[in-house]
Ligand binder design. Structure first.
Ligand code: TXA
Ligand code: MG
Length: 322
């Protein structure tokens, strides 16, 4: 089924329209500080099923429930003192917590893909907060891209991937962080399930050493499949001397001659914000069957999340489903 995707401005009127669509089981792409999310009523299985269908996302891959704050979060999951302290320190912000699901949470079981845990995030973006407030309950929201493709950091990216499959896009310009939230498992010993917008070093300063969980073969966060963020072009990493036919994407001042750069001065915050837009631009420059080569990015702070996304962009692709 295809239908018209409305463009909504983040005005009072646009937000009210978006909330009305959500209450009717519709899907609205909303800006967050990390990436655009595809929001639907987390308590409505029809709406949540539509999210999976619009993205062509495998239904074993659970979604993040977005909340206005700790109060709403505590209706969904069991928080102990440690989880409350982490939420107090990092929410609103680019941190998702995986916690034991409350039996009376009222979430569609599709959100958690039947797991006994739930992933919860309180976004800092004022438009996401305003939409959650207007809607008045938790919103399930994966990144607003077709499954396996590059995540959207601008409303145009959402339209390119999902126009005709969703009800509306709330346009609020480019996302400031540019890379998805860090996912921290707190249902047992603290476990890093996905590096993201909050550096793991910041979490370790509070919690002590954090185990790295999940890998491509036995993912803890089921979305962490090897190939993801795939552009059309082939991707090679850690390249200091590109081949003549490669679109070279630099990082830092040592990359004279690069066609594009994640950050000419070598700033990881700037590089994270630019990552997905740059991946799209490089893909267009490379053209069909082309190749992209990325300069090395240091494996520290936000660099861990950037390298994680780049490794997935470069991973062998699964065969296309018929
Ligand atoms: O920044 C973000 O987190 C963005 C914005 C829109 O909030 N959202 C996002 O959602 O990146 P998505 O669906 O693209 O990624 C969610 C990840 C998936 O890898 C999924 O497997 C994992 O969270 N996840 C969800 N529930 C989980 C659970 N109960 N246990 C472990 N991993 C879970
Ligand atoms: Mg995603």
């Amino acid at each position: 089924m295809t239908f018209e995707t409305q463009d909504l401005m983040p005005s009072d009127e646009g937000l009210a329209q978006a909330a009305t669509l959500l209450r009717a089981g519709g899907l609205v792409a909303m800006p967050t500080e990390t990436v655009y999310g595809l929001a639907g009523d987390a308590s409505n299985s029809v709406a949540v099923a539509r999210i999976f269908a619009a993205k062509a996302r495998p239904t074993f891959n659970p979604l993040i429930a977005h909340v206005t704050g700790l109060k709403m979060a505590e209706t969904l999951a069991v928080f102990d003192d440690r989880a409350r302290a982490v939420a107090a320190a990092f929410w609103p912000g680019a941190l998702t917590l995986v916690l034991p699901l409350r039996p009376d949470a009222g979430l569609s079981p599709l959100v958690t893909a039947g797991l006994p845990t739930v992933a919860i995030r309180c976004p800092a973006h004022p438009v996401a907060q305003a939409l959650l407030l207007a809607f008045g309950g938790p919103l399930a929201a994966p990144s607003a891209n077709p499954s396996g493709r590059v995540s959207p950091t601008r409303a145009d990216h959402v339209r390119q991937g999902l126009a005709g499959r969703i009800d509306a896009v709330l346009d609020s310009g480019a996302c400031a962080v540019g890379i998805e939230s860090t996912i921290l498992g707190l249902d047992g010993a603290p476990t890093l399930l996905r590096p993201g917008g909050i550096p793991v070093e910041a979490l370790e300063a509070m919690l002590g050493p954090i185990a790295i969980g999940g890998d491509a073969h036995k993912p803890n966060a089921p979305g962490q499949l090897a190939s993801h963020y795939a552009p059309e072009a082939g991707v090679r990493l850690g390249v200091t001397v590109p081949m003549p036919d490669e679109v070279w994407v630099g990082f830092g001042p040592g990359c004279a001659g690069a066609a594009l750069s994640l950050s000419p001065v070598g700033d990881l915050v700037e590089a994270a914000a630019a990552l997905f837009q740059t991946l799209r631009e490089a893909d267009m420059l490379a053209g069909p069957g082309g190749r992209i080569a990325f300069a090395p990015v240091p494996e520290t702070g936000l660099g861990r999340a950037i390298n994680d996304r780049l490794r997935r962009a470069a991973a062998p692709r699964p065969p296309v489903q018929p």
